[in-house]
Each structure stands twice: as structure tokens, then as C-alpha cells.
Design a protein around this ligand. Structure first.
Ligand SMILES: Cc1ncc(COP(=O)(O)O)c(C=O)c1O
Length: 340
């Protein structure tokens, strides 16, 4: 009954086999290997556009490095108050941008509201020497409350900042989970809606540890700078073929989408079951693989006593996360414990 986090889940066997298959003979290092090239070609096909990709080992490194090529050290990054880049990365975006200022905005269900965005843009006029100019809007999809921005919600927000010399960054640690819920194309949810750079996460959805920083054509000219910053930060994996090979297997035959669909379906079932329990309130629409619920203390104690793993969230709610390998039996057991 492990609902702590999708990062506690094992890697999918197909990805481990792919690492093993890539482990033959010598191959060029630092991303110049044939597997990396093959994955880049595949990503161009999936996203229906030209792009550049750089593999990384953590979502934090992907976010911080990509933001560092989008935001100058005197610029501002708008994000939601709950954003992982704001709350959970120990200042990495500020560190890697060399001083970029994160400005947290409010909005229900961890989505930046249009009102909050308009207010922030109104309060930070372009060219006012005293304030950090807005250079990036960062959106997480899934959001940190497990909700999904639709393509039009992304586009509405992107269009507001595009009147400035500003870019849109997407933290896609759970991009696959959002995508399969929305039933749109990867292109529609990203560059067609105004996203310039995507941190495309695989780790939470079956990889051992593989993330891809994708630069779409609007910012592809920053690729060399991104590589230089990754190297300088000590985050460039020399044997990059082993990161690329995970993506190679993950993207093959839509495995990444199948895994996300499984995780989402399990979350749906768990949320529906939990909502039946006395006193439980599911706090946000469940649009991916995360459930946030307010549960009576006695019920929380009962679940923990039965061996369920979940997190107490800072706002007093409980977070349950499913993954590609959550079993029905685990959900049955949790719901049985919830019923007492
Ligand atoms: C929304 C979001 N972005 C990024 C990350 C990246 O995390 P890590 O650096 O642990 O790979 C996480 C991990 O929990 C996350 O939830």
C-alpha cells in the first residue's frame, strides 16, 4: 500500500532492458551517441516540430537549467505559489539563474489564475528600473495539486506574457499524466499553446532516472548555452546513452502513455473509493495520478496502522500518489481499511 510518491516506484522492466541493451561496446559520450540521436528524432515526431533535447537525471536540474537559459539574472519568473520550483527545489532556480527572482502567484487547484497573472503584469511594468522584469512564466502540468492545464488554459496564460520579451516554461515532471487525461496531442499542450521549453519527466512514470529538457524552435538557439551550463554545473552525464536508452524504450509503442493511463486510472479508482468514506473530502479534481484529500484524524491513523503509505501535506490534507505499477489489490486494501 505505497501511495507516498511515484518516485518510490520501481523502474519499468522494459527500460532496464533498454539500459542493458545499450551497454554493448563503446559509444560517443556526452549525448553524441546513436541512441540519443534516435530519441531526438522520435521526439520531433511526437511533438511534430523541430526541437533540441538534453537529458538530465533529475527534475530539479531540468527545471533550474532550463530556466537559467530563459531568464537573465535580473529577471523574474512568475509561477504558482505551490510550484515545485518555488517550494521544493531548495533555491536551485535562483542559484542557476544567478539571481532570477521567483514571483509566486495564486490560483485555485495550483493553477495560476488569470486575475493573479494580470495583476502581477500590471504591477511589474516593462522598463521600470526598480522591478525585476518578467522574463518567464512557469506552468506545471500536472500541477502540484494533480490538476491539468488544458491547451487553451496554457495558451491564455502564455499570450499574456508574450507581449513582453518573455518565455513560457513548462514543468512536465508528470506531463504524460496530464496529456492522457486531456486527450490532446503533445504539440497542442506545448509549443502550439506558446510553451518554449518543456521539462519532460520520465522518472515518475517508469524510468530509473531520466528527464529530457526540450527546447522548441523559439529557443533552440539557446541549446549550446544549455549544454555549457549543464556541464559547468556538473550535471552533464558523460555516458548519456544510458539516459537516452530509457527514453528510447519509454517512447516506443506508446509505453509512456500506457503507463500514465494505468497510473491515472488507479488514482481515479482510489479517489472514488476514498470519497465514499465518512468525512473524507477530495480537495482537487483528480486529473492525473495524485489525490489530495482532507481526512478525519482517526481515519488517517487507521490507514497508517493498516500499513498505508501517504504524505501529510503542509495544508493538513493527505496526498496519495499512484504509479504505473500500483496494483488493484493495494487499492482494495486501502479502501477496506478506510471502511473500517
Ligand atoms: C512538479 C514537480 N516538478 C519537478 C519535480 C522534480 O523532482 P526531482 O528533482 O526529485 O526529480 C517534482 C518531484 O517531485 C515534481 O513533483
Amino acid at each position: 500500500m505505497n501511495f507516498l510518491s511515484d518516485t518510490t516506484a520501481p523502474a519499468h522492466p522494459a527500460l532496464i532492458e533498454a539500459i542493458s541493451a545499450a551497454n554493448t561496446g563503446f559509444a560517443p559520450s556526452y549525448g553524441n551517441d546513436p541512441v540519443s540521436a534516435r530519441v531526438e528524432t522520435k521526439l520531433k515526431e511526437i511533438f511534430e516540430t523541430d526541437l533540441k533535447v538534453l537529458f538530465a537525471v533529475s527534475g530539479t536540474a531540468s527545471n533550474a537549467l532550463s530556466l537559467s537559459v530563459l531568464c537573465p539574472n535580473h529577471g523574474a519568473i512568475l509561477c504558482h505559489d505551490e510550484a515545485h520550483i518555488h517550494r521544493d527545489e531548495r533555491g536551485a532556480p535562483e542559484f542557476f539563474t544567478g539571481g532570477g527572482k521567483l514571483i509566486p502567484l495564486l490560483g485555485d487547484h495550483a493553477k495560476v489564475s488569470l486575475d493573479a497573472l494580470d495583476r502581477a503584469l500590471g504591477e511589474i511594468p516593462e522598463g521600470f528600473v526598480h522591478s525585476s522584469p518578467v522574463r518567464v512564466l512557469s506552468l506545471s502540468n500536472l500541477t502540484e495539486s494533480g490538476t491539468a492545464y488544458t491547451p487553451s488554459e496554457v495558451a491564455e496564460r502564455a499570450s499574456r506574457v508574450k507581449s513582453r520579451p518573455a518565455f513560457v516554461h513548462m514543468d512536465g515532471a508528470r506531463f504524460a499524466n496530464a496529456l492522457v487525461t486531456l486527450n490532446c496531442s503533445p504539440a497542442e499542450l506545448t509549443w502550439k499553446a506558446g510553451v518554449d521549453a518543456l521539462c519532460f519527466g520520465a522518472t515518475k512514470n517508469g524510468a530509473m532516472g531520466a528527464e529530457a529538457i526540450i527546447l522548441f524552435p523559439s529557443v533552440m538557439d539557446r541549446f549550446e548555452e544549455l549544454q555549457a551550463r549543464q556541464k559547468r554545473a556538473g550535471h552533464m552525464a558523460p555516458k548519456m546513452r544510458f539516459l537516452a536508452s530509457q527514453f528510447d524504450a519509454w517512447l516506443r509503442d506508446d509505453l509512456w502513455l500506457d503507463l500514465a493511463r494505468t497510473a491515472n486510472a488507479r488514482a481515479r479508482r482510489l479517489a472514488d473509493g476514498l470519497a465514499q468514506a465518512n468525512g473524507v473530502e477530495v480537495l482537487h479534481p483528480v486529473q492525473g495520478n495524485e489525490i489530495f484529500a482532507r481526512i478525519p484524524e482517526a481515519l488517517g491513523d487507521r490507514l497508517m496502522a493498516a500499513g498505508a503509505g501517504f504524505y501529510q501535506w503542509p495544508d493538513g490534507s493527505c496526498r496519495f500518489v499512484t504509479s504505473w505499477c500500483t496494483e488493484h489489490a493495494e487499492i482494495d486494501a486501502l479502501l477496506a481499511a478506510a471502511r473500517g
